[in-house]
Design a protein around this ligand. Sequence first.
Ligand code: UN1
Length: 502
Amino acid sequence: MKNAKKIFKSLGLDKKVLQGGDLPVYSPIDGAEIARVKKHTAEEAQQMAAHAVDAFKVWRSVPAPRRGELVRIFGNILRDNKDALGALVTLECGKILQEGLGEVQEMIDICDFAVGLSRQLYGLTITSERPEHKMREIWQPIGPVGIISAFNFPVAVWSWNAALALVCGDSVVWKPSEKTPLTALACQKLFEQACEEFGDDAPEYLSQVMIGERDIGEIMVDDTAYPLISATGSTAMGRAVGPRVAQRFGKTILELGGNNAIIIASSADLDLAFQGVLFGAVGTCGQRCTTTRRIFVHESIYDQFVVRLKGAYENLSIGNPLEERTLVGPLIDEQAYLAMEDALNRANMDGGQVTGGGRALADKYPKGFYVKPAIVEMPGGSNVQEETFAPILYVFKYTVLVDAIKRQNSVPQGLSSAIFTKDIQEAEIFTSEAGSDCGIANVNIGTSGAEIGGAFGGEKETGGGRESGSDSWKAYMRRMTSTVNYGNALPLAQGIKFGEED
Ligand code: UN1
């Protein structure tokens, strides 16, 4: 691939990194092998945990605003390398260049957020029931954080975790998807550059990358050296990781599957709704955890809306994600394609009417898995329970809003949701306690493309974790409650008398 060499060179990925290893890396653009990186052994994985503990012991005592300085430098290095890293994201995971760049911007944004946060790791002061006593909460660094990330957001999700963990005083070890190790290795190089610029306060091994498959991830998951494992991926993965970490009383942030829906009410601005659905459903070739997978359209506008959507689907530019006019790049691999085919067959059998779907550009890219995004009109009263990581949009008709909300909620996942309406009552019902049961509930915005400032994550089988903005940082620290007695007596709480008479 003509661009690959230039991208590698610009990010300092040399032969030593790219060649001679045992893990082949393919570009979904044409299925070609672009590198063969070295997998870490079990022993090396254990060693990494020990190194991470050593690094943590130094880093936790560096003042938080100074820790923020490292993240500030890293953010600036990302700014300088946005084009190259964005292109590498596209090359390695197949999302279109605009989205590859957007992902790096998301990294820059979270770095900015974390820099500010480094001066705001606030704890509470609490009034004591005892005289001459003070109570406070102190947030302390928690320890090495193990980060497991998925192929579809190969750099941004790591940065949400790493930027916060670093300002919180933690070291990090990153196990990226085995499908996207190059972007991780590139980030590590950029981070090392930041450490060099930062100076001696940054200990060696503050951030490490662990390359390998599930077995290596399991070593991390089981190791008590990591008080926190933050894992992003499928619900199946979370089901394996969650109990293993819980068994050793570790903490988790789980960001798992989504089955996100948009409700399009009769009063909706249909132009906005159309744009929101299109980006949400076909963006990233349907491979975001926040992808719009279902829409509930009010019966009064159903035909009009669905006809327009079908028209747009026919004219989507599917192709090489590095090319500017492309809107839909390839799926990650053949397995993803087969899963899409399988889901469409099942929908068909369930009485769904499928428009689109099937392979595209197979002549030009025999080993690249391009697909036509699909719309499936589903029979009344039905629902779809599972997440297929592909551009399939299931369309349902509804009559009454409470019924649409109920059906939206009647799935195991609970990540993102949205309503398009101009009716304030409908909007407020949707975001009320009786409304959406998801971690994200938007009004007149689609389900995907969240900003970093809010807490990101979802309920039910989505795992319950929160990453990124708001007070998500608290998960990367341990809470210490400290009561100080500055008097000359030792009154007991709850008025208990113990031994001494007064
Ligand atoms: C993911 O797909 O795992 O809200 C994360 C969004 C992005 C993050 C998606 N900011 O779509």
